[in-house]
Design a protein around this ligand. Sequence first.
Ligand code: CA
Length: 222
Amino acid sequence: MNLLLVEDEIQLSDALSQILIKNNYNVDAVFDGEDGLNYGLTDIYDVIVLDIMLPKLNGINVLKNLRQNKISTPIILLTAKNSIEDKIIGLDSGADDYLPKPFSPEELLARLRAITRRNGNFINENILEYQDIILNLSSYEISCKDNSIILTSKEFDIIKYFIQRPKIIVNKDDLISKIWGFDSDVEYNNVEVYISFLRKKLAYIDSSVKITTIRKVGYRLE
Ligand code: CA
């Protein structure tokens, strides 16, 4: 699981990185708000741990900016401040959780597990589980009960994107920009083709998971 750590206290950052790596997270550590924002905007992270008091750009502004840019990565805010007011501003700005310093590493790990469980459930760094389907992140194999099939890389990217946003409507433009990139020439009907491949593969492995079309809006994994 890819984790972005934005924390300017080097000692704390190093200590957290070591613990997170031991717990199978792939950690990128950056030390100011500008880097935090730029790394976060790549949208390659499964979770972001974000300090509030940061040089260059504070954590709340990083958070707001990410959400304005439709980055829905779960974010845990860290802060030395523990006022109710900060907590409310943080959560109102789109944070998923809030952890006042000092905290124990075990508490951070527990919060990370809780926050990422709300999306697909990572069994380990290679396996993502959702309802009756298991997605192998290294072999691109999707399986259900005793059935399995290998996905193409785009099919894999799409189903992974859906699994991390279950029951949320994903619009086609978001899907295109996240899977193919902003500059791509991909059109809606290309997306529809991939969705229909994926539906066939979900049916083939006999999964009860469905990709539902929401008319004129997009899709939803159910
Ligand atoms: Ca700080």
